[in-house]
Design a protein. Structure first.
Lengths: 200, 200
């Protein structure tokens, strides 16, 4: 055995983290040795805390400490505007941008007939119930542009189109700062199709 | 606040690890949420364990669980052959190679007059004492080829040269598999100087 037993064990735990191989795990474990006592205690406590405290928001499905998440609990936000996303990681992305003041709905998956995932297998029924309670609901569909994403977008559009719900999806187009010459043709085609008039 | 409090805290601890930025720390914290309960407990325990149990070997200065390290405690190893290294990470490198059966001595630094680090500031006195107790001591100096490394190598050579101690250093030369065309000139010069006769 190359490492002392307790160090070997810690290396193996670090290796369970995404993107961390042998070399990095070793480096991280050795760095842990140089942590202050209080940081090691805090880190150790923090791991258990996260696992214990974080549940899913009973309204939108986002991560929450307690029954509902901080976004659903925030009265300053527009609760009539719901951004529909595939998983909770998108919430963090939107919140980092900081320009969205509505709420979210986490589908926790996408419809995928090929994988036997139907509308009942994702968090859709609760969205329908949520929307029914709203006076002037607006849905922003922010799902990726794969077959599964498009299928789910179309399905949701169909559910709500007769119910006086305003529905939009994120725009497709050229990423800011991208070189047009290096863009894939599908994106370029979409950008052409969705072109925006700028003349008076 | 974008993240739930406990998650934010864990992200900040992950960020203390070497080479881990915001994005990776977030990814790691979210992955932790999907760990099995027992893994989180084990991970949490392991962090404290490493900090508590791992000390320095009283003989060689390498990491040890207990008074002396597993290498110094191993009677099958050649205790007359001591490989002198800058820090304990080198032990792991040599042990991975697996061809060295002597023991080690961790200097915990290198002589560096520019940084006010003299021979008394590194773990040298204990090396002298160790060597004095041996019958046919052999020292292998495995220090890097910087000014500090060379200074320390020369200093150690001077201490022991009148004491009937066999001293060697690692060879310099072309790394295995390297393209000669891309090699830095200093390495190439060393490789030329240290060339090895292969004719009969």
């Amino acid at each position: 055995m190359i490492y002392p037993a307790s160090l070997e064990k810690l290396i193996n735990y670090y290796k369970k983290l995404p993107g961390i191989g042998e070399k990095n795990a070793e480096r991280m474990a050795l760095a842990t040795l140089n942590f202050k006592e209080e940081d090691v205690d805090g880190f150790s406590e923090s791991l258990k805390d996260v696992k214990e405290k974080i549940k899913k928001c009973s309204i939108c499905g986002h991560l929450a400490e307690g029954e509902i998440c901080s976004i659903c609990a925030d009265e300053a936000r527009d609760h009539n505007m719901i951004c529909v996303i595939e998983d909770y990681k998108s919430v963090f992305s939107f919140e980092k941008v900081g320009n969205y003041h509505g709420v979210y709905h986490v589908l926790n998956g996408l419809i995928s007939p090929a994988d036997n995932i139907g509308p009942d297998n994702i968090n859709l029924a609760s969205l329908v119930k949520r929307v029914e309670k709203l006076k002037k609901p607006e849905l922003i569909l922010a799902l990726k542009s794969t077959v599964e994403g498009e299928t789910t977008t179309l399905y949701i559009k169909k559910i709500f189109e007769k119910k006086d719900v305003m529905i939009s999806r994120l725009s497709y187009g050229i990423p800011m700062g991208a070189e047009i010459d290096y863009l894939d043709i599908i994106t370029l085609d979409k950008a052409l199709e969705d072109r925006k008039k700028i003349s008076e």
